[in-house]
Design a binder for this molecule. Structure first.
Ligand code: F6P
Length: 494
């Protein structure tokens, strides 16, 4: 089934709906804008950080949808409002809920557990209680704003209970769920005291989407083991006859948007200026990440600094620009990480830098898309080395911005993006010597070889952009007629 131009498959405006009820709803932890409180107490909105927003906002705008989410700070109830072509429905969180639901259960329990225990997860019963309460609030908001038979697309690990809660309130809805981060193997997931509730929450959806097929398989296996439902390949058979499908839909970027940005004169001029300001190095290495312990920033900078200390690279002609976007700063593990990186950068530059030539140019800040595109254009080698990452959109953005077909990508084999960007220089981020060798190889590769790899990656990123991702998911959610009728498990068919 193919969508009419500019619309999403399976979504049509119903003639009976009230003006406030939407036919397509996204339910995500964050609204696509953050509320900013100015010094004088007035408030304004600015686009919120992160891949999810850039991924979904264009699709929603084209389909007059509603977006339900948290405005980004603790606060009062707010009425729905229109912003930049989207209907936004704010869900308020109190100070305590920000601490327990967002910083606590979402980002200090689920986040490290789902990322291969990159940090030790904390299990607190009061955080879980808050997670249940806040998930119910999101489900209530979705139920109140959805038209009869609407499609509701719930996003990510913060809202895994919403599908079942919403189905309970509104059995008429078609419900999809998409997990942006990895879904761990049974051996890790089973540590979670509330594992069964999470699985049952997800099973409220008709379609559960993951970045990779391995994650979908982990989920189906866990449902069989821990909930006891019958399963066959990507399908779960519930006792009431409903079926749930679990499949991979690798997320992507607004490729055309990045290409246009990278082609603009302003961005090209800014890229040249960045290189000039850095002393026109022969090799500009670049890292751009949220400041998160899963991203492998420390190990990557250590690898680079050792290449300088060993004499393989020289600060006269090589520099590493590392952008670290501030993130989840009240969570202890993140504070600790910031201190560790500050200390490492200070030591490396103190030991190895020369006047006007730091080895590492470190920016703890977030930048607009234009500046990111200029950095992507300026870099010779992009280094993306997470210990575990659902996808990693930075890797794809870099590829999209390399309009001349040059530039090397060093990419962790544990980033979801490595499944598609096979022609990157793949590394194991736990292997510092391996990373050193590969970073050096990428920086010294023949232009022909670099171009061969980049050409193949650019084809992948242009063929599989974010619209493709969204329409494939929504087509699958809408287009499986058998997933909406009662079914019998194959083994029980006569
Ligand atoms: O990658 C997972 C994710 O939650 C994204 O959806 C989001 O854009 C990013 O991390 C930032 O996280 P937070 O909303 O906690 O700032």
């Amino acid at each position: 089934m193919s969508a009419a131009p500019g619309t999403v498959p399976g979504v049509s405006r119903s003639s009976t709906q009230q003006s406030s009820a939407a036919d397509l709803l996204v339910v995500a932890n964050r609204l696509p804008v953050d509320q900013v409180v100015e010094a004088d107490g007035s408030t304004s909105w600015r686009p919120s950080p992160g891949g999810l927003v850039s991924a979904l906002a264009p699709v929603m705008r084209r389909n007059q949808g509603a977006w339900i989410g948290w405005p980004g700070n603790a606060g009062e109830e707010m009425e729905p409002f229109e912003e930049d072509g989207l209907t936004l429905v704010p869900v308020a969180l109190s100070e305590e809920e920000v601490a327990e639901f967002y910083e606590g259960f979402s980002n200090d329990t689920l986040w490290p557990l789902y990322h291969d225990l990159a940090a030790k997860p904390s299990f607190h019963r009061e955080w879980w209680d808050s997670y249940v309460r806040v998930n119910q609030r999101f489900a209530d908001a979705a139920a109140a704003n959805a038209a009869e038979g609407a499609t509701v697309w719930v996003q990510d690990y913060q809202l895994q209970l919403v599908p079942a809660m919403l189905r309970e309130l509104r059995p008429d809805l078609r419900i999809g769920f998409y997990l942006h981060i990895p879904f761990p193997p049974a051996e890790l997931f089973s540590q979670l005291p509330w594992r069964r509730q999470i699985l049952e929450g997800l099973l409220g959806a008709d379609l559960v989407g993951f970045q990779l097929s391995g994650a979908a398989q982990n989920f189906v296996r866990l449902v069989r083991q821990r909930v006891g439902h019958k399963t066959h390949r990507d399908t779960v058979y519930l006792p009431d006859g409903r079926v749930v499908r679990a499949r991979a839909f690798p997320i992507s970027i607004d490729t055309e948007g990045f290409e246009e940005l990278a082609a603009s004169e302003e961005v090209q001029a800014r890229a040249a200026e960045i290189r000039r300001d850095l002393g026109n190095p022969r090799t500009l290495f670049l890292g751009i990440d949220r400041l998160d312990y899963t991203k492998g920033i420390h190990a990557r900078l250590r690898a680079f600094s050792e290449l300088i200390a060993d004499g393989h690279l020289d600060v006269e002609d090589a520099v590493f620009v590392q952008v670290a976007t501030p993130s989840r700063e009240r969570v202890d593990q993140y504070r600790q990480l910031r201190d560790d990186i500050d200390q490492l950068v200070g030591r490396v530059n103190g030991d190895l830098g020369r006047i006007g030539r730091p080895a590492i140019s470190y920016l703890h800040s977030s930048f607009p898309r234009e500046e990111m595109a200029a950095l992507y254009r300026a870099a010779d080698v992009m280094v993306v080395t997470p210990f575990r990452d659902g996808m990693n959109l930075v890797a794809k953005e870099y590829v999209a911005c390399r309009l001349d077909g040059d530039g090397a990508l060093v990419l962790s084999e544990f980033a979801g993006a490595a499944d598609e960007l096979r022609q990157a220089y793949l590394v194991n981020p736990y292997d510092i010597n391996g990373m050193k060798a590969t970073m050096l190889e990428a920086s010294r590769a023949q232009p022909k070889e670099v171009a061969r790899r980049m050409r193949a990656m650019r084809k992948t990123v242009s063929e599989h952009d974010v619209s493709h991702w969204a329409s494939t998911f929504l087509t699958s959610l809408a287009g499986d007629p058998e997933s909406h009728t009662k079914q019998t498990h194959p083994a029980e068919e006569s």
